[in-house]
Design a protein around this ligand. Structure first.
Ligand SMILES: O=C[C@H](O)[C@@H](O)CC(=O)C(=O)O
Ligand SMILES: [Zn+2]
Length: 273
């Protein structure tokens, strides 16, 4: 399991490209036949991918770093399938996850088994104090918010799946934003939320395209060049916004002090440096 300790905004000035990528970018999540995981000490989020292959079922292991008998002993998990249709079997109950479906698994869920060649299950987990029920929601069946404008190249549909008015959880707030064709910008004007860490998994970006992802405090920004199906960690003090050389989608997911989606500190465009 990849371990990433927490970073402070004081570490941003002077960080070169390699350092920024080591700290904030996860380049490979979907490795056929494997479950990958990164433990970030920002809000103790674990994110990764489960990619079944060769017709074999792929169990979710526990990891030494968790000091837990099984992965979900003290945690909850949000899953979004960004690949072909697959299944997740949870303590004997099979859930079918077509592309774009989101499954929530509560604390205490013991056995989690992924299956389906071509399925790519994105995993986002946070510590949980109690058990909320396991629940599945299909693509487009959450709360949908239409954001942005063609004139500012940021028309996008934001789907909220795990949130206060949808699938309930202890900490996780999770959904998928889809850029409309011809729109390239997400989350601009940008924001921070000092009470939550957020991660983005960019996907459905053409192979030759890239996203220029902005991070840092509003007064001290940097960028990462991000390829398809790579993830970024955005500490509470960092903006998280990107522009693609092509349209794309991303899974956004947060954990921390509260679950209030609109608890954001705006970072006006004219304040960015
Ligand atoms: O705190 C919320 C997150 O940054 C995202 O949900 C923003 C987003 O998906 C978008 O603007 O398209
Ligand atoms: Zn945010």
């Amino acid at each position: 399991m990849d371990q990433r300790y927490a970073t402070s905004p004081e570490q941003i000035p002077g960080a070169d490209t390699a350092r920024l990528r080591d700290r904030f970018l996860i380049e490979e999540l979907f490795v056929p036949g494997q479950v990958t995981a990164t433990y970030t000490h920002h809000d103790r989020i674990v994110l990764g991918g489960a990619t079944p292959a060769g017709g074999a079922a792929l169990p979710l292991p526990t990891f030494d770093e968790l000091r837990a008998e099984y992965f979900l002993a003290n945690r909850e998990l949000g899953i979004v399938n960004v690949g072909a249709a697959g299944t997740v079997t949870v303590d004997g109950t099979e859930y079918a996850l077509p592309n774009g479906a989101c499954l929530y698994l509560g604390r205490g869920t013991r056995d989690v088994v992924f299956a389906g060649d071509g399925a790519q299950f994105y995993l986002f987990s946070a510590p949980a104090h109690t058990t909320y029920p396991n629940q599945l929601v299909l693509k487009g069946e959450g709360t949908v918010r239409e954001l942005g404008d063609q004139l500012t190249s940021n028309r996008r549909s934001l789907n909220q799946y795990i949130h206060a008015d949808g699938i309930r959880s202890c900490q996780i707030v999770m959904g998928v934003t889809e850029l409309h064709p011809g729109s390239m910008w997400n989350t601009m004007p940008a924001h921070t939320h000092d009470r939550r860490t957020e991660c983005y998994l960019y996907f459905d970006l053409p192979e030759e395209a890239r996203i220029i992802h902005l991070l840092g405090t509003p007064a001290e920004t940097r960028h990462l060049v991000v390829a398809d199906r790579q993830a970024i960690i955005s500490p509470s003090w960092s903006i998280h916004s990107g522009v693609g050389t092509s349209a794309y989608s991303f899974v956004w997911a947060m954990a921390g002090e509260n679950q209030s989606f609109d608890d954001m500190d705006p970072a006006p465009v004219t304040d960015l440096r």
